[in-house]
Design a binder for this molecule. Structure first.
Ligand SMILES: Nc1ncnc2c1ncn2[C@@H]1O[C@H](COP(=O)(O)OP(=O)(O)OP(=O)(O)O)[C@@H](O)[C@H]1O
Ligand SMILES: [Mg+2]
Length: 268
């Protein structure tokens, strides 16, 4: 583990945020100013189910939520300073916790009143964003790319998180990197990137070492966040991943499933 931390430190990327293996606790929804969506479908959330699935950033008072608020604040500072508008959340290998981080980061960012967030499930092979929100969806990004359905049929606003819109995934797409670099995807990215000035897009990506999807879509995002799994990723995997991401702006690394979170998170 020391060696992973050294590799992260060497790259001077660690956001200083780590997530312990933990069972989330219950809390109420943080209420925000009201926004009404006319075209986007609003779907109800089951708070108990969310928390079971480690979706915790919506909680008003909880140590788990505050970790994501800290991550949000650090990332927003970098985005604002550089005028970056989009983030790819990726990791070295499968199961590091990329989607868990992307979902919680999206919620934490959406709870700040200054911007709206679009969370896109760009893992066309194993989409899981809808699972985290426990959303029963009829269509996803792959359906949009392969058929004529309008974008509004796919977009979802999770109830109670007014500034968040989710573009979920569904099913398993064959040839995901071809779909990602295809014309329809390019048009979609142009449309969603230019529609609202104050919108930040978070892409939940597949692992950077397992497929070329992250590289194939590098033009779509301004920055990247690397999720590292303690005990699950070795130093070489971290180094290789950082190298693969050298073509974009690295926001930092997030150490997930850590038994030794940073000192300032004494409540862990
Ligand atoms: N901090 C944590 N503590 C314990 N379990 C966790 C933690 N973070 C994520 N998990 C669990 O690890 C598994 C993988 O998480 P997740 O799906 O977010 O990873 P991923 O990197 O997106 O995976 P994939 O490569 O399949 O997209 C899930 O079962 C999730 O509940
Ligand atoms: Mg994932």
């Amino acid at each position: 583990m020391d060696r992973i931390e050294k590799a992260m430190e060497k790259a001077q990327l660690n956001t200083g945020v780590g997530f312990k293996k933990t069972n989330p606790i219950n809390d109420e929804l943080h209420q925000v100013e009201k926004i009404t969506y006319t075209e986007t479908q609003t779907l109800k959330l089951n708070q108990k189910e969310l928390i079971q699935r480690r979706v915790v950033a919506q909680q008003k008072y909880s140590p788990e939520a505050s970790v994501f608020k800290m991550l949000r604040t650090k990332i927003l500072k970098q985005l604002r300073e550089n005028n970056w508008k989009s983030i790819a959340v990726t990791g070295a290998t499968q199961g590091a916790g990329k989607t868990m981080v992307a979902v919680n980061l999206a919620i934490a960012m959406a709870m700040e009143v200054n911007q709206t967030i679009l969370l896109v499930d760009m893992d066309l092979k194993y989409p899981k964003v809808h699972w985290y929100f426990d959303l029963q969806i009829k269509a996803g990004l792959r359906d949009y790319l392969l058929s004529d359905i309008p974008l509004t049929d796919v977009l979802i606003n999770p109830e109670g998180i007014e500034r968040l819109v989710v573009l979920p995934g569904r099913g398993e797409a064959v040839g995901s990197s071809e779909l990602i670099s295809g014309l329809k995807m390019k048009k979609l990215i142009t449309e969603i990137s230019n529609r609202y000035e104050s919108r930040i897009i978070i892409f939940d990506m597949p692992p950077v070492l397992a497929a070329d999807d992250v590289l194939a879509s590098m033009n779509y995002y301004d920055s990247a966040l690397l999720v590292v799994e303690e005990g699950g990723n070795n130093e070489l995997e971290v180094k290789k991943s950082l190298h693969m991401l050298s073509g974009t702006n690295l926001l930092g690394t997030v150490l997930n499933k850590s038994e030794n979170p940073p000192d300032h998170q004494s409540y862990y």
